[in-house]
Design a protein around this ligand. Structure first.
Ligand code: SF4
Length: 261
């Protein structure tokens, strides 16, 4: 008997049932840094801890953190564990760019509900079979590894009726990775324009959300938000497959909460 058959019999079914059933592996993933205590003593130097400028302060002097710029380097968590910690679980995506800032400010629940309802109305026709087009707009390749993993036997994205396509004409959802390299701006716009309506854009990873370490560089546009409209912002460097799945299913209205934020 082939060793592959024996291995298959030994391992059994490895495919996750998430989201139909809870998966401890999904809940254990480490997400971007978050603020545990926004009003600690000695906030003056907190911003200096972060190499990407993700940490700042509110008008009242309390700490704030933009997860759309967090590359998970861990400097802030190691230096000030009384102020910063790690977020957990796959639900880190937001429906607005401001929604990635913690502690959450500015957005009223009403405003967020309106954004969520508009997205749900647009994607009502996409609840069954969905096709994804991926565009690399200046990525370092990390997000691509995680997107590729969606096709392996553990995540098996096909079980959810979600497939990749090479043609924008057949695509419903555009996954964009990378910091928004200027050289990819026009191909990205043309891909977006070539997709039929309704279409959904998901910025996958911190680079796509805010530029990451390349923010402020002459070569990028600090994320893809200035190139095309974004419906779902997913931070992480890179975000794991469960987070990408969560962002996708939230955008398609297949999760009860319609997206955490
Ligand atoms: S983990 Fe690193 S990149 Fe993220 S907020 Fe902390 S210092 Fe900044």
């Amino acid at each position: 008997m082939s060793p592959w058959v024996l291995r298959g019999l030994r391992n059994g079914v490895v495919t996750t049932r998430w989201p139909a059933r809870p998966d401890p592996y999904a809940d254990g993933w480490r997400g971007p840094a978050t603020v545990l205590d926004p009003r600690p003593a000695g906030t003056a130097d907190l911003a200096l801890l972060c190499p990407t400028g993700a940490i700042g302060s509110q008008p009242d002097g309390s700490a704030r953190l933009d997860q759309g710029r967090c590359i998970l380097c861990g400097h802030c968590v190691r230096a000030r564990p009384d102020v910063f910690g790690w977020s957990r679980g796959p639900g880190g995506a937001a429906l607005t760019r401001d929604g990635l800032v913690v502690p959450e400010t500015g957005e009223t629940e009403q405003g967020l509900a309106a954004v969520r309802a508009a997205l749900r109305a647009r994607t009502a026709a996409l609840r069954r079979s969905v096709h994804l087009r991926h565009v690399d707009a200046g990525s370092d390749g990390a997000e691509e590894q995680e997107i590729s993993a969606l096709l392996n036997p553990v995540y098996d994205i096909h079980r959810l009726g979600i497939f990749f396509t090479a043609s924008p004409r057949h695509a419903d959802v555009l996954l964009v990775t990378g910091a928004g390299a200027h050289g990819m701006a026009e191909p990205l716009r043309r891909t977006y324009d070539g997709m039929p309506d309704p279409k959904v854009v998901i910025a996958v990873g911190t680079d796509a959300c805010g530029g990451g370490l390349l923010a402020g560089s002459y070569a990028t546009s600090d994320g893809i938000g200035t190139v095309i409209g974004v419906d779902v912002w997913l931070p992480g460097s890179p975000p794991p497959p469960f987070s990408i799945l969560h962002a996708l299913l939230s955008a398609l209205g297949r999760l009860g909460d319609g997206g955490k934020r």
